[in-house]
Design a protein around this ligand. Sequence first.
Ligand code: 13P
Length: 252
Amino acid sequence: MSRRPYVAANWKMNKTASEADEFLDAFLPTQTADGAEVVLCPPWLALQRVAERCAGTPVRVAAQNMFYEDSGAFTGEVSAPMLLDIGVDGAILGHSERRQFFGETDEALARKVPKAIEAGLEPILCVGETQAERESNDTESVLSHQVLTDLAEIHTDDLAKVVIAYEPVWAIGTGLTATPDQAQESCEFIRNLLRSRDPHKAEQVRILYGGSVKPGNAEELLALPDIDGALVGGAALDPADFGAIVAAAPAE
Ligand code: 13P
């Protein structure tokens, strides 16, 4: 089963709208419709600008979060219809920084993921264990709980609409990358969890690795059998570095 490689830039809380423009000036002319699917995830205030400039290009755009209600008294939140209205294609959900610093729960994610799918947005669901969980041999139980809870409410028919990013928390922004064996083992474990829902659809789900992906390690990680792409933080802030990671994705 061939899965089109998927490389996403999570800018986190970086780049003003003008800085996003500078990135796009350098990056967009280098992108063609061949090769990996490329997705930029800018912060809220650059999102509309980036979505407008990427319209009509092969580059797609996703938010870094989304709430599960369409509208109402939810101060500070942003809904699926609001994202669709400005031309956004998807949303990162459950990033470890949202889990760690902003109280994101698996129960909320179990509502956000189906909401995104129902609205026609592509969810990029992030899962991953902390250093302490890895050291106490809890990686598999943590991944099982996250994947099975967060996807519990989606229809099995929709499974292949979800992109999953395996991001070991200890590898994010630390310069510590999971070894290829560790990354492959966890991504294969995640695919096996998906097989328990639907063996056929599980083959279609793109599973990304995230955590200190750089131009120098991307090729090796992206060549692994159960890794279909990357979710890139720090190295995605620079158009040349991010472009090099996109170019490292294998041909489909
Ligand atoms: P870094 O690439 O900076 O480690 O961040 C990874 C990440 O959290 C992407 O979502």
